[in-house]
Design a protein around this ligand. Sequence first.
Ligand code: AMP
Ligand code: TRP
Length: 349
Amino acid sequence: MTRPRVLSGVQPTGALHLGNWLGAIRNWVDLQQDHDTFFCVVDLHAITVPHDPARLAEDTLTTAALYLACGIDPARSTVFVQSQVPAHSELCWLLNCVTPLNWLERMIQFKEKAVKQGDQVSAGLLDYPVLMAADILLYDADRVPVGEDQKQHLELARDIAQQRVNARFAPRGADGEPLPVLKVPEPMILPEGARVMSLSDGTSKMSKSDPNEGSRIALLDPPELISRKIKRARTDPTMGLEFGNPERPEADNLLGLYAVLSGRGRAAVASECAEMGWGRFKPLLAEAAVEALRPIQQRYHDLRADPIALEAVLAEGRERAAAVADATLQRVRDALGFLPVKPVSAKTR
Ligand code: AMP
Ligand code: TRP
């Protein structure tokens, strides 16, 4: 029986933080058991906003090593770097030419990011969701595990596959029925409970792009820094921690983090901390965070100490990914009517 195929990715921009781990990568680890999993580092997406060329390669390796350190197992998953499989860029171009411009102009993330950048917005930023659609469609992914914020991009990928490619270009089979060119993926929106909020504001998401470093805990932060960030995290004047009080978003977020990071679950920590003051709670949370991240950091440092092994994982991942991606790209090229590539024959050489 074939296992359902899953594809997802994170951008190698800035340091991965608790939100990326608890909201995304930790779920990927579980999916490996009963899915055929593909995880890429989406470095082509990372250049849709201004980037530093001196950091891109290093950040790409860091992100890949963190996937592995968090429990992505290269024996079970295909781990690769998006830019190293050229089919992503090529399918993106083909899809660009069938995607209506106004579908892209109404993407919420584009509008939000464009406001921040004024007249520096690149065409790539507008095109970001088409590249993401290419990522997904190249692998015939059945499911795409992402956070709520990516739902609109997934809908777009489905619409492009169904309405713009399959409906217009599907070849007819022997029985006269259309043969779909691209598989239409299902979204797999990860549980809302996995939304980690900023340490400096319990109502906004922990994010790589927040200029305040103290608002997030990076997976590679050393123990002292983790403790310091938690000590400075925003609190409120109320004694005792609780879940679900809309007046106390920080209490909800930090207690939720404590529940997950300590591994004790929500009911246990809710009763443990119901009467506890912030001064006693924060060191407990810091300790839980340090202990939860310790094995990840240890594995990360081991992986980075052996660059040849990490390169081998990515080279093998690239090969496996390219084999799948190239076959899909060929189907699309054929459906769109391109002149087939012919090898140079012995005679004309
Ligand atoms: P990004 O950091 O925006 O590249 O996001 C990569 C992945 O991590 C996406 O699937 C996001 O939904 C997830 N993610 C990012 N920030 C958070 C957060 N604060 N809480 C939960 N998930 C998050
Ligand atoms: N846009 C996604 C994010 O910010 C990252 C991404 C790029 C992605 N390509 C993808 C996620 C394909 C899933 C599948 O989280």
